[in-house]
Design a protein around this ligand. Sequence first.
Ligand code: GAP
Length: 455
Amino acid sequence: MEKIVALCKRRGFIFPASEIYGGIANTYDYGHHGVLLKNNVIAQWWKAMIQERDDIVALDSAIIQHPRTWEASGHLEGFTDPLVDCRSCKLRFRADHIEEERAGDGHPEVRCGRAPSKLPGDYPECDLTEARAFNLMFETTIGPVKDAASTVYLRPETAQGIFLDFKTTLQWARRKPPFGIAQVGKSFRNEITPGNFIFRTLEFEQMEMEFFVPPDEVDSWHEYWLQERMDWYERLGLDRERLRLRPHGPEELSHYSNATSDIEYLYPIGWSELEGIANRGDFDLTQHAKYSGEKLEYVDTATQERYVPHVIEPAGGVGRTMLALLCDGYDEEEVEGRQRTVLRLHPQLAPVKVAVLPLVNRDGMPELAREIYEDLRGSVPAEYDDGGSIGRRYRRQDEIGTPWGVTVDGQTLDDRTVTLRDRDTLEQIRLPIDELGDELGRRLANPWRSPKLAA
Ligand code: GAP
């Protein structure tokens, strides 16, 4: 994990927020390459949810909703973590995580600050309080007066905005179950446990889809979405061996869930949740109908059949997907006696697809390289780099995961051919400048499998 964190900072992916003030707990900023990678992950999610199907529509609901939302959803009462404090080392832990770790189920976020290799309570000086419930929602107020009537909450999940807009969407989209509403956006949780980089942060982007189905079809749709979502992560290039499905035990289920399975990834901190896929039954629509007085049901105009749809919810995190991709893609190898670090990202996810590099900074090579770059960047995200030795520039591009490098050298000036270098195989071919665009387009459309896995 330390290597990933260092690379992310060095190459402008992700770094601590408010760093000049010493940072702020579990909060990170995304730099240029981080933003590009994040956008690509989100684009792949939308592609799978919207472009490749016709039974899901998009939504972007507000972060701050009517406060009754959270009464109805059960978050005001039930969205709590059981916390214990250590009176001695002053750290705060989640009681359930300590129990999991003791049971040998390996929860990596519970080390006591006094003795980093030990669990709280195993250290003689640890003096733990009783567990108490701590609500994870951030509160704020609307308007200038801070009182109970003006209290609102930053959403802890994007899902509730979808339930609030169920009726409107059903009307305008003219759908009938099974159909889904998908949303990507920020959620906020007052997490107190150490975050393990971007694994657990106070604000994070969720990719959530609520799939509304006839009640008697809910189990088969749950199975369907478990498979779909596993396949999606595999299509992003993640190692199947580092992905698993884990059903929740009854004590672990959220207050709204009838059944949940997590897709877990083997992060450097151990197997941990990447996405949760829940059967929420009719809990949310029924609750919001009760609290709002609106009828939230589906009525078949032909048969007059009416029912409250049940919901299957695949809920993933953008940050956790990025962390899995960074961990999976990170590789070190020796090439001709030199160590290189390379990020083997799926080319479709790589922040930059092609780097255009003049071999040296003279003889007209930079000018021609820039011309090629200007031409290519109309169709693929490209970078031009003429700073430092060619070896250094390749290393930099390897570390940000750029799948292809175009080099302009002496021969280019004579015959207008360039070399095209492959990040993974290091193979270089020579081709005319005019053929570059087509060749890159063809390579980008090809299926990709990490050579780490092939090996
Ligand atoms: N609507 C259901 C829901 O919110 P969740 O399992 O609490 O379920 C879904 O969250 C996903 O959101 C998680 O699988 C994870 O990827 C991401 N997530 C949740 N809390 C997070 C946090 N504090 N930091 C980063 N990602 C988080």
